[in-house]
Design a protein around this ligand. Structure first.
Ligand code: AMP
Ligand code: GLY
Length: 424
């Protein structure tokens, strides 16, 4: 079978490498891909949210399955587009339809969903400019810090955590009345601040059955000791030491099962990944957010730990036979360290030549923001490469990744030297 992966990050390089292990795959295409996917599959330079262009690629290359990496095409309805098109309706799409993608596309929807189906989450209310005064009054009932979330997608920037009540009121007004995050913040969710330590649990579901994938923790801040600006993620570890069996059992019973049955009760036929962002508060899970895709860089530690054939699992998702599929995970620890362009997550330069990565042996080099220019691999984004290693412990895996990192060079390279600092 020919398969198309949509996206261009480390996540999509990890999907590519994992799917190539399957002997059921004939040709693998990635759109638009990066220099890493170029080496092992066929890149096609189209935008994943240009559905007509995706259609042309699918028909021209006899593609039978499309794996959607990022959230934007899902929230914009790529799966519905396929189902509504006579030429595409029998092609499998791994990723939810628009109704399911609302779990990520609208914070208000996802909070309502959690409340309705009894999934533990922070107390909240939603506001628009019509009831701004009520928003101020709600803020007054809460203790700091105050958590304000733009309802819609805001490129990962739509969550504000503020210490002062006055600042929170001012920001709320900026968001709903002055469209601080555009249309995405015309509705704002205000919620209680959750204490605890954060981790992510990933679920693959065919709408009826599910597999719980390895859990992971990512390191979101640019600076060591979790300081400085938020990024897409500077590194990740899997498994998460503090997510022991008893905690993960609670996650399954209290979060995963009600989520899957809730989707069914609401008539949402969900086929794809659910990324559950959780707070572990003294052993009790509370959901911070759902995403309708895999995380990046979490994928770069989660997929390498899966021993089963990922394509076979995807067929199970498409045919609603996931319960018949075997699924196993290595007990080894995986870590990843993200190499980023100096300046990221603010302004940075691109087109820096990257050297040394081909001599890395003890780690997997996942490309993210890379491309080929004049036969050289150069930087093409803020997050450039994710360096994943296995070990019997986090320390052992980290030592390998940092050894490998030292072999890789580009101008103004930056990375965190303390991935896993809080758990080892
Ligand atoms: P989200 O986009 O909902 O994941 O929010 C971004 C980040 O803000 C999360 O990963 C958390 O670190 C933090 N966050 C979001 N909601 C809360 C909350 N209710 N309490 C504490 N931290 C939160
Ligand atoms: N690493 C966080 C995310 O993918 O949203």
């Amino acid at each position: 079978m020919n398969v198309l992966i949509l996206g261009s990050g480390g996540r999509e390089h990890a999907f590519t490498l994992k799917l190539l292990e399957s002997n059921k795959i004939n040709q693998l295409f990635v759109a638009p891909g990066n220099a890493g996917t170029h080496k092992i599959a066929t890149n096609i330079n189209i935008n994943p949210t240009d559905f007509q262009a995706v259609k042309n690629v699918v028909l021209k290359n006899d593609i039978q399955m499309v794996v959607v990496g990022p959230e934007a095409p899902l929230v914009e309805g790529i799966h519905d587009f396929f189902l509504d098109d006579i030429d595409l309706k029998n092609i499998s799409v791994i990723g939810p339809k628009k109704d399911g993608a609302l779990l990520e596309g609208s914070k208000d929807f996802s909070k309502q969903f959690m409340q309705k189906h009894g999934v533990p989450t922070a107390k909240y209310q939603s506001f628009t400019k019509e009831n701004l005064e009520e928003g101020f009054a709600f803020l007054e009932t809460l203790q700091p810090p105050f958590v304000l979330k733009a309802d819609g997608l805001a490129a990962g920037k739509g969550v504000l955590i503020l210490n002062s009540l006055d600042e929170a009121k001012a920001e709320l007004e900026e968001m709903v009345a002055n469209q601080k995050f555009g249309e995405a913040s015309s509705t704002v969710v205000i919620e209680e601040f959750l204490k605890g330590i954060e981790l992510s649990v990933f679920v693959l579901t065919d709408g009826k059955n599910y597999k719980i994938l390895p859990s992971a923790k990512d390191y979101k801040r640019i600076g060591e000791g979790d300081t400085g600006l938020n990024t897409g993620g500077m590194g990740a570890i899997s498994p998460v030491p503090f997510a022991d069996e008893s905690f993960l059992n609670k996650v399954e019973e209290l979060v995963v099962k009600p989520t899957i049955t809730g989707l069914q009760k609401d008539g949402i036929d969900y086929r794809g990944f659910i990324f559950i962002g959780l707070m572990n508060d003294n052993g009790n899970p509370s959901v911070v957010e759902y995403n309708v895709r895999m995380g990046d860089p979490e994928t770069e530690v989660v997929l390498p730990r899966i021993e089963s054939d990922l394509f076979d699992l995807f067929e199970g998702v498409a045919n609603q036979t996931l319960d018949k599929k075997s699924f196993s995970v290595t007990e080894k620890t995986a870590v990843t360290v993200m190499l980023v362009s100096g300046g990221y997550p603010e302004e940075y330069e691109k087109n820096k030549e990257i050297t040394g990565f081909e001599s890395v042996e003890e780690s997997i080099v996942f490309h993210a923001g890379t491309k080929i220019k004049e036969n050289q691999v150069v930087t093409n984004g803020g997050r450039v490469m994710a360096i994943t290693s296995f070990g019997n412990s986090i320390d052992e895996a980290l030592e390998k990744s940092y050894n490998s990192v030292n072999k890789i060079h580009f101008d103004k390279i930056n990375f965190r030297k303390d991935i896993g600092f809080d758990v080892v």
